[in-house]
Design a protein around this ligand. Structure first.
Ligand code: KIV
Ligand code: ZN
Length: 522
């Protein structure tokens, strides 16, 4: 790789998925991993295999598909974690083990209760062990930005000497500012022997809204890998946003003198895919991929744009994969055109899923005169949910009014094709539908959050509902779409119930507590 190549390390499936409400099923993770491969990221951090058997299986499934990027898994500095990462990622031709241990005084004293030397020993031991299994080993001193500079340099030197091929400097709590981070990177460049022989990486969180700015400061000071997530999802305020970093490097190439390998026309579809799957809506004014990112409202701006687009536009919408008119298909569109659009939107469907999605498309086209990309995304996401039963929504009727209780009748179909009808009443239609679902499936959940968005523009737009519910002391997220918003909410709740039943049937509902990331010794 040339000196001018900036590696993009995507951690949507690891740090991004750690965000509350962003957990994904294995099928969803595979779908995101395929989109990331299409986007041409250099590295996919696919998960934390020691966190749970589900995480392990997902990392392994992604690695076994071997779609091109390096597949990486995260490990604490202990033998069990490292072996699990290796077992999960080794199916990919190019794979990486990423080990980390916290180094700041705050973490040393309050979390790890380990002395400085002990931490270095633990890191060195872990890197040696990982190198025996894999040539590509990344090391991260967690909370690096709050670590004493001289000690950080000592840790990084020891990591390089032990064989780390990439050293990543995380701003774990989003605390640093660009000028300070620039100083930190320049200090390491000056004081760490061998630093020019490895890839220096940066990993920023967005607690003060500076993750992208801090990452760019590190890049100008010599970092050649940026760790980021689609839509900036991640712990707390999130991680550095992939689309913003990539478009900053591309738009200001004359300043940075660097290039990424990203196919930028895949940015918008990938952003939509991740927000559809996680239910984390992208703010309208979000840079690069927000709905308003290319909208010009003020008359003076519109006038300028008509004279020449560069007056008020520094990127072209088509560069990020946003087509001005997203009115794409109609009632008479055929299966071939539908498939093409589905692929362009970043979905990779099995034949049976495509057939089902096409049938749904035809049904919707009868109800709705204009079909947009958002409608197609909604159909595909619904089909994905619907194809993972055990319960399918066959029919529903709801009645409600200002002076009467709401009534909901729900008919569900199970996997053996038997149908079950339940009726319930409540003060509102959504509550009545949820009650009927509970009666039918025997699963009682507590609704924590209900969000409704319009999938596209227009009076006949589909409603997209995301629900977050509590069950067994855990949070679950579900997503449903329909032109009828009560039906969309019912589908979202049924998706959660189906997931709970599937996990229960696998014996997984009393989920093990998250691993104790505080114990870092080898
Ligand atoms: O934020 C952080 O420090 C991390 C490390 C594990 C890289 O996510
Ligand atoms: Zn992080």
């Amino acid at each position: 790789m040339s000196e001018q190549h900036l590696k993009i390390f995507d951690t949507t499936l690891r740090d991004g998925e750690q965000a509350p409400g962003c957990s994904m099923t294995l099928r969803e993770k595979l779908r995101v991993a395929r989109a990331l491969a299409e986007l041409n990221v250099d590295i996919i951090e696919a998960g934390f295999p020691a966190a749970s058997p589900g995480d392990f299986d997902a990392v392994k499934a992604i690695a076994d598909e071997n779609r091109g990027p390096i597949i990486c898994g995260l490990a604490r500095c202990n033998a069990g974690d490292i072996e699990k990462v290796h077992a999960a990622v080794k199916g990919a031709d190019r794979h990486r083990i990423h080990v980390f241990v916290a180094t700041s005084a705050i973490h040393r004293e309050h979390k790890l209760k380990m002395a400085k030397e002990e931490i270095i020993r633990s890191a060195v031991g872990a890197i040696h062990m990982a190198r025996e299994l894999c040539d590509d080993v990344e090391f991260s001193p967690e909370d690096a930005s709050r670590t004493e500079l001289a000690y950080l340099a000592e840790v990084v030197s020891a990591a390089i000497e032990a064989g780390a091929t990439t050293v990543n400097i995380p701003d774990t709590v989003g605390y640093t500012v660009p000028a300070e981070f620039d100083r930190l990177f320049r200090y390491l460049k000056k004081h760490v022997k061998g630093i020019d022989d490895i890839t220096l990486s940066v990993h920023c969180h967005d607690d003060l809204g500076m993750a992208v700015a801090n990452s760019l400061a590190a890049v100008t000071a010599g970092a050649r890998q940026v760790e980021c997530t689609i839509n900036g999802i991640g712990e707390r305020a999130g991680n550095c946003s992939l689309e913003e970093i990539v478009m900053a490097i591309k738009t200001r190439e004359e300043f940075f003198g660097l290039q990424t390998a990203i196919d930028t026309t895949r940015l918008y579809p990938t952003s939509r895919l991740v927000s559809g799957i996680t239910g984390m809506q992208v703010p309208r004014n979000k840079a690069v991929v927000g709905e308003n990112a290319f909208a010009h409202e003020a008359g003076i701006h519109q006038h300028g744009m008509l004279q020449h687009h560069s007056t008020y536009e520094i990127m072209r919408p088509e560069d990020v994969g946003l087509t001005r008119s997203s009115l794409v298909l109609g009632k008479h569109s055929g299966r071939h055109a539908f498939r093409e659009r589905v692929v362009q939107l970043g979905f990779d469907l099995e034949e049976f899923e495509l057939n089902r999605a096409f049938q749904e498309f035809k049904k919707l086209a009868d109800k709705k005169k204009d079909m947009y990309d958002g409608d197609i995304e909604a159909i595909v996401l619904n089909v994905d949910n619907a194809s993972s039963g055990p319960w399918l929504l066959q029919k529903m009727q709801v009645s409600s009014g200002t002076d009467q209780p709401a009534e909901a009748g729900i008919t569900l179909l199970n996997e053996s094709g038997e149908s079950l009808h339940e009726q319930a009443s409540a003060s509102g239609p959504m509550e009545a539908a949820f009650k009927a679902l509970e009666q039918a499936t025997g699963i009682s959940v507590t609704l924590r959050n209900f969000e409704l968005h319009s999938a596209t523009a227009g009076d006949d737009a589909q409603g997209e509902v995301t629900v977050i519910v509590d069950y067994n002391d855990q949070s679950w997220r579900g997503h449903g779409t329909s032109v009828d918003i009560v039906e969309a909410g019912t589908r979202a709740c049924l998706e959660v119930i189906n997931r709970i039943i599937r996990r229960r049937d696998l014996g997984l509902n009393s989920v093990a507590p998250a691993p104790d990331i505080n114990r870092a010794s080898i």
